[in-house]
Design a protein around this ligand. Structure first.
Ligand SMILES: CC(C)(COP(=O)(O)OP(=O)(O)OC[C@H]1O[C@@H](n2cnc3c(N)ncnc32)[C@H](O)[C@@H]1OP(=O)(O)O)[C@@H](O)C(=O)NCCC(=O)NCCS
Length: 470
């Protein structure tokens, strides 16, 4: 196991030492305490952070304790603790090898969690490191612990099989680690009075759990080539932090549709669904009326999904949310792996495009990585970086260009001095660590090549230094 030791100067402020009485109070507080009830001395001379992957045998309890105290998960310490054991950290896609903890002596004082997800780009699939449960012990903040483990974790991801990383984070934090805005998200709202449907499923069943293999399979079939959707199950036992009621309906014994809805609140939130749009709307209308709510909101709807297309033919409202920081962020892990996985999809798109007979090299640069796409009549060879007549070079923003955005032209025109995200927006844990991206541009790669050729650009832009060609 890799262990990296980092030395830090002793903490300048010992002010918190006076709080030790509180440390042993197991009330629901964000103050951290040691599992063995011994307070950690923040001014300890042995001020050395050891970074390693967490051990699922020996580190679990302490890790869950740190996370439950740091977040309370919006549901309190003990419920958070239970939920972490029942599907969030344990029995989930949490990656014990790729995640990192930092220890001072034997105490876990910081964590950088990675969940493993597979996300579609057309018919290609990329491996995504979903970042979550990022935490530092309350007594040891602002001394570079997060910086250290984040850098170690991201560096070791390079030699893993992950292609790209996504997260939903607090504002103005993750840009330091190369993350850039990924996409906007879309919610569709409709009044129940505006829902007119004929096809009402004969029998709608309530299911005890939303985590069912048949529902995941139906979702995967329906979204088989929908860019930006994740291959389910993302949380095999369901996301324990999202309270959901699940309903399904069947035809000839087979599940043909389902909806997951929020338990309370107005508007009535629909969080996931699959099946015939008319049937979905009929079920939702019935559920909303039974609850006495008049407005229904489909959260994180994919612009190109069947339901979204159907809703746009009704009287509904679509709202796009843009966050330059503190929303969904993306970071390239390996440009070479990423484009290699995308190659079949990209070749398909090229063959169907007006560029089908084009020959030439395109140099792609992202962060400190570069590759050449050697294109010949719709075939692509991925070669080492070299000089090429067409190049796309945009620092970390290339991850957004390739994967995240719905409008590549906007990225190319974006300036580094764009307004930062709104302050004061904390982490919304119900959306954490990852839900589905909604509106990435399915034609980004096509556009990217088109742009490189049409404009004959030597360099599209260098967004980091704010120079770009409009
Ligand atoms: C956010 C948190 C993990 C930071 O840990 P930390 O060890 O204090 O962070 P570091 O000292 O390593 O700081 C690293 C950088 O992030 C910045 N930073 C630290 N906390 C920050 C915050 N809350 N918001 C924005 N930036 C922050 C630091 O200024 C520092 O910037 P620099 O490298 O330019 O100097 C810690 O405050 C915490 O656990 N908070 C509660 C949980 C949380 O909000 N997690 C993030 C969820 S997305």
């Amino acid at each position: 196991m890799e262990i990296v030791t980092c030395k830090f100067p002793a903490r300048a402020s010992g002010g918190k030492l006076g709080c030790t009485a509180k440390i042993c109070d197991r009330s629901e507080t964000s103050l951290a305490f040691d599992r063995t009830m011994c307070p950690i001395d923040p001014s300890s001379a042995a001020d050395e952070l050891k970074v390693s992957a967490p051990d699922c045998q020996t580190d679990t309890s302490e890790l869950i304790d740190l996370l439950s105290k740091t977040y309370l998960f919006g549901i309190g310490y003990w419920n958070g603790e239970r939920a972490s054991r029942n599907g969030y950290l344990l029995k989930s896609n949490y990656d014990w090898k790729a995640s990192r903890i930092g220890k001072l002596g034997n105490e876990i004082v910081t964590h950088f969690g990675i969940w493993r997800l597979q996300v579609r780009v057309g018919r290609a699939r990329v491996w995504v490191a979903g970042i979550g449960a990022v935490a530092a012990h309350d007594y040891y903040r602002k001394r570079g612990f997060l910086r250290t483990i984040a850098n170690v974790a991201l560096e070791s991801l390079r030699s893993s099989d992950y292609d790209i990383s996504l997260l939903f984070g607090i504002p103005n934090l993750y840009e330091k680690y190369g993350y850039r805005r990924a996409w906007t998200w879309l919610n569709a709202t409709i009044e129940t009075t505006q829902i007119s449907t004929k096809a009402v499923p004969v029998r709608v069943e309530r299911c005890r759990s939303a985590a069912r293999a048949d529902l995941a399979a139906l979702y995967n079939r329906e979204n088989a080539n929908l860019t930006g959707t994740a291959v389910r199950p993302t949380f095999p036992l369901g996301n324990p932090f999202i309270e959901t009621d699940a309903y399904l309906w069947k035809q000839n014994g087979e599940v043909t549709g389902f909806v997951f809805v929020g338990r309370t609140g107005t508007p009535f939130d629909v969080r996931s669904w699959a099946g015939d749009p008319e049937a979905i709307l009929a079920v939702i209308k019935r559920l909303a009326m039974a609850r006495g709510v008049s407005t229904v909101r489909f959260q994180w709807i994919h612009y190109l999904s069947k339901l979204s297309r159907f809703l746009r033919r009704q009287n509904c409202e679509l709202k796009s949310e843009y966050r330059s920081s503190g929303g969904p962020l993306v970071r390239m892990i390996s440009l070479e792996r990423f484009v290699t996985r995308l190659r079949p999809e990209l070749e398909d798109r090229l063959k169907k495009s007006y560029l089908s007979a084009w020959r030439g090299d395109v140099l792609l640069e992202s962060g400190d990585e570069a590759v050449t796409l050697r294109i010949d009549h719709g075939k692509i060879e991925i070669a080492a970086a070299g000089s090429a007549p067409n190049s796309i070079s945009g620092g970390e923003a290339v991850a957004q260009l390739l994967f995240g955005t719905d409008n590549p032209y906007e990225i190319v025109d974006e300036d580094e001095n764009e307004a930062p995200g709104e302050d004061g927006h904390g982490l919304h844990f119900t959306d954490y660590p990852l839900r589905l991206p909604v509106e990435p541009g399915s034609d980004v790669l096509h556009d990217l090549l088109k742009r490189a050729r049409i404009r004959g650009l030597g360099n599209i832009s260098n967004m980091r230094s704010g120079q770009h060609i409009r």
